[in-house]
Design a protein around this ligand. Structure first.
Ligand SMILES: Nc1ncnc2c1ncn2[C@@H]1O[C@H](COP(=O)(O)OP(=O)(O)OP(=O)(O)O)[C@@H](O)[C@H]1O
Ligand SMILES: [Mg+2]
Length: 263
């Protein structure tokens, strides 16, 4: 059974149809890209999975996490086996600017995993090393505004891992970053989701280039419907839908332009 299975999800917002027919499934240890133009319904799909749809939203269909139908359950009422960790684009609003990095990372370790403060502090140091920070003792005492965007995104990925959630959604985690930092974050996401028994990843993006570096499979969403689905190689080399063909075409132009700039 898939770790995340969405079946015929429909969402209206103030009586306007926003998601019409979203069905998808992501297994343990699988990395799947959700690609689509701005406004196509990517983040709304993520919010439905998280149990955080905006006020005025009505949803039907099923969303199963670890076999449990979570659609009728508010986020906080869900059991640990049906939890989702979220990595967002805007790291400044994802982290509390008034609490140190160490404090924020210890919270999920103590409250979700039941570690003692001492065990949590040692786990935080290990996590920070894994995220590529060479001096964890310095980072734990800093506040989010004292870090760069790329460093904050690495903290958000550490936070997702600290909660031990069986599923991770990353919504445009690299969009606000420069190309070199983007590559570092993609590499990190790849390494933390490399275990086939580990968390599944739904990677939301409109950047086909980034998706092709990270994901094995891709889903294309247009006007609130999944219109195409396939292995990443099929999407790249034999796209069926016009939108996907345009996406592949523009990604190719972008790569050629970058090659010219850096030649
Ligand atoms: N809180 C809200 N209130 C009203 N409409 C909303 C709200 N959130 C999203 N929408 C609408 O729902 C549709 C889907 O939005 P969504 O945020 O899922 O797009 P997206 O695919 O994530 O786009 P982007 O790539 O720009 O982030 C859009 O038409 C958007 O205007
Ligand atoms: Mg979005």
């Amino acid at each position: 059974m898939g770790n995340l299975t969405i079946d015929n999800l429909r969402v209206t917002l103030n009586n306007r149809q926003m998601l019409e027919s979203v069905s998808l499934s992501v297994c343990h240890g699988e990395r799947v890209a959700l690609l689509g133009r701005s406004g196509s319904g990517k983040s709304l799909t993520a919010r439905a999975v998280l149990g955080l749809l905006p006020a005025g939203a009505k949803a039907s269909g099923t969303i199963r996490l670890g076999g449990i139908d979570v659609l009728p359950m508010p986020a906080l009422a869900r059991p640990a086996t049906a939890r989702v960790a979220m990595v967002m684009q805007d790291t400044s609003s994802a982290l509390n600017p008034l609490a140190t990095i160490g404090y924020q990372l210890r919270q999920p370790l103590q409250h979700c995993r039941g570690l003692s403060p001492r065990q949590a502090a040692s786990e935080v140091a290990d996590l920070l090393l894994k995220m590529g920070f060479t001096a964890p003792h310095d980072i734990v005492n800093r506040y989010p505004p004292e870090l760069s965007g790329g460093q904050r995104q690495r903290i958000c990925i550490a936070m997702a891992l600290a909660s031990n959630a069986p599923f991770i959604i990353a919504d445009e985690p690299t969009t606000a970053l420069d190309v070199v930092t983007q590559a570092q974050i993609l590499k990190l996401l790849r390494s933390v989701t490399a275990d086939p028994a580990g968390p599944g990843l739904l990677f939301i993006t409109h950047d086909l280039h980034a998706a092709s570096h990270l994901c094995d499979r891709a889903l294309i969403i247009e006007n609130g419907c999944i219109v195409e689905e396939g292995a990443m190689s099929q999407i790249l080399h034999a796209p069926r839908q016009i939108y996907t063909q345009n996406l592949v075409g523009s990604a190719h132009h972008c790569v050629v332009a970058c090659e010219k700039v850096f030649a």
